[in-house]
Design a protein around this ligand. Structure first.
Ligand SMILES: [Zn+2]
Length: 249
């Protein structure tokens, strides 16, 4: 591109996306005179899902703004917590984020997950159809126009991923209300109803049961919960401002 030259800088949180020589501060970019600022930002490596306000000479503009020569552009990171208007907050996770999906479900957050790689077009279509925020570490997927909304997951460690998503979107937490296996809602179940699904030791030892309304998996409060209890209590302590106490377990 050898059209109008602008100066551009990125918020610290976005610098991992851009080339090393653009991380220190403001640098020059030659645009083509017709592409939008959103396109320019993406072409420099930053998914638009991660860009907050775009400031041109200190004034916020839309991504459709076409840069003119001499403009100074600042690209901010997304505001946290980030609101996603237009639908109840729910997520769709790609094939690499299975642990994160199960942890979100454990906290009662609606987290659909594709355990098979169905491909970017199908994921993006499902995000649009079900109005789910696409969570991924794949920048190419996050650039797809069909997405309802999307967010880059910054860490490859499940503990950090969970804190990232909870801090960014502040979903309402309702631990132990959702099936970690399939994302279906849990409902209370009495022992007689689920008896045939229990092993003898379980039947004798435990008596608080819940069952998934979709896959019929049975849950009970037991010793195996210790590790999961820690995940829940840590999340509630840090992000549980609006946690609902409607647990069925
Ligand atoms: Zn289920």
């Amino acid at each position: 591109m050898n059209g109008p030259e602008i100066q551009i800088s990125f918020a610290p949180a976005l610098r991992l996306f851009v080339a090393a020589d653009r991380r220190a501060g403001r640098t020059a970019v030659a645009t083509d005179g017709s592409s939008s600022l959103g396109h320019v930002v993406e072409s420099l490596g930053v998914p638009l899902t991660e860009a907050g306000r775009l400031l041109v000479d200190g004034r916020a503009v839309e991504p459709s703004h076409v840069p003119a020569a001499g403009e100074t552009v600042e690209v901010e990171g997304v505001a946290r917590p980030q609101s996603v208007p237009g639908a109840p907050l729910r997520f769709l996770l790609d094939v690499h984020l299975g642990t994160l999906a199960r942890r979100l479900r454990l906290l009662g957050v609606d987290a659909a997950y594709e355990s098979q790689d169905i491909g970017d077009p199908a994921l993006a279509a499902r995000s649009a159809e079900e109005r789910r925020v696409m969570l991924s570490r794949d920048r190419g997927l996050l650039r797809r126009r069909e997405l309802w909304a999307g967010a880059y997951v910054y860490s490859d460690q499940p503990d950090d991923q969970l804190r990232d998503v909870l801090g960014r979107f502040a979903p309402r937490l309702a631990p132990w209300t959702r099936c970690t296996a399939c994302n279906g809602p849990l409902t209370e179940a009495d022992k007689d109803t689920v008896r045939e699904r229990l092993e003898q030791g379980t039947e004798n030892t435990y008596d608080v049961f819940a069952q998934c309304t979709e896959c019929e998996r049975v849950y009970w409060r037991g010793a195996h919960h210790a590790r999961l209890e820690t995940i829940v209590s840590d999340a509630l302590r840090e992000f549980g401002g609006t946690a609902a106490r409607e647990t069925v377990l």
